[in-house]
Design a protein around this ligand. Sequence first.
Ligand SMILES: Cc1cc2nc3c(=O)[nH]c(=O)nc-3n(C[C@H](O)[C@H](O)[C@H](O)COP(=O)(O)O)c2cc1C
Length: 442
Amino acid sequence: MPPPPLHFNAFIWPNGYHESGWRVVPDEARGVLGLPYYAGIARTAERGLLDSVFLADNIAIPEYRVEHLPQTQFDPILVLSALAGLTERIGLIGTGSTTYSAPWDLARRFATLDHLSAGRAGWNIVTTGSPLTAANFGLTEHPSHADRYARAHEFVDVVQRVWDGWEDDAVVGDKAGAWADRSKIHAPRFHGEHYDVEGILPFPRSPQGHPVLVQAGQSPAGIALAARYAELVFSGPPSLEAAVEFRRKLHAQAIAGGRSADQLKVLPALTFTLASTEAEAKDKSQRLEDLASPEFRWQNLLYVTGHDPDDFDPDVPFPQELLDGPAPTSGGERLYAAARERRIPLRELAQDLIGGASQIPFAGTPEQLADYILAWHDAGAIDGFTLMGTTLPYELETFVDHVVPILQARGRFRTGYEGATLRDHLGLNRPAGHQTGVASRA
Ligand SMILES: Cc1cc2nc3c(=O)[nH]c(=O)nc-3n(C[C@H](O)[C@H](O)[C@H](O)COP(=O)(O)O)c2cc1C
């Protein structure tokens, strides 16, 4: 049997996914604030027949970041809606927080994107790790990890019910009669532990029925949420072995919950630097590292693992009293384990730890990257990768022009889009939705 097809998701980040990316690219520093930057990357991804582009969401930023990184955290759904009009086929995945959104509102926004893009929307479900977020939303406290995930389950459940409020064939458009058939409308009327959502969306069901559900939590609670709902999972494994184990565990939990493993694709985050020789790629990668600031590293490690960096002194070891309690995120668990082992100043500890989404930096030639991808695929570690070029759009262009053709020549990647929707690209079923004659789930 031929191996299943690979899938690729391009992570859009200002000037690339290395903190020094913006310092080395030849582009004007403010270019990342304009639509042409996003459109260029999305069109390149589409030229390479990739499955999707992806935008993260960070809804609170500590101020140290403005010195070290371009700050471009627009509302992802607004950017993706603009890209919908500038592209034809590429999937458009955006992040939305279950902790800091209202489910009916978020359901409406992603369903709007699905309509505007003719079925190319995906929602990366996050619970939001940064405690700084609470104060931006008028709250005095950031909910605990367990609370955030408990709410997330109910949140996703409600969102799906809202998306199913209209039957697929509810619109009749009978100019002499009704625009839509009222008997095919099913208000969610949901009353749960955390959310109360009464009414239908003010427009019909979207082309994919449900935008594709994506999840990126790595903790046991994150994996449980993904196993229940996610159709696409972004992970950040430290090794091939860990990736095999993560995917195996996720599939086992999904199957135990009555789902089919082939309806759940795993695309770990991969940071990569490409050049025509391995030595040149390693030099490029080293240059980025040489430009990196230790001040950024320790603060960023704290931020991305769910802490407020302003609460810490980098010249002493990580506070013991925190190590005695639970870590706020799975990245925090890794930090706590390292800090327990090495009681050295935080600034030093942070130099050796990777806090971001990807823990597997690759530097080499396109041929080597193609081999690397196929080795992970053959080992059952992945269904593809979330591509995080260290400089953008440059690494992505090289990937599309030089890695994709190798994978195609080896019969492992599509040579044309077969369908029109993100579900088509990923081989995911379209959810049936509310069926006439079936009692409402509410
Ligand atoms: C590829 C990737 C992308 C992510 N994007 C976001 C994001 O946009 N916003 C966010 O708050 N967290 C993001 N995360 C973090 C996770 O969704 C999750 O919040 C974090 O890992 C903490 O949850 P956990 O303890 O369950 O792992 C991302 C993680 C990965 C691997």
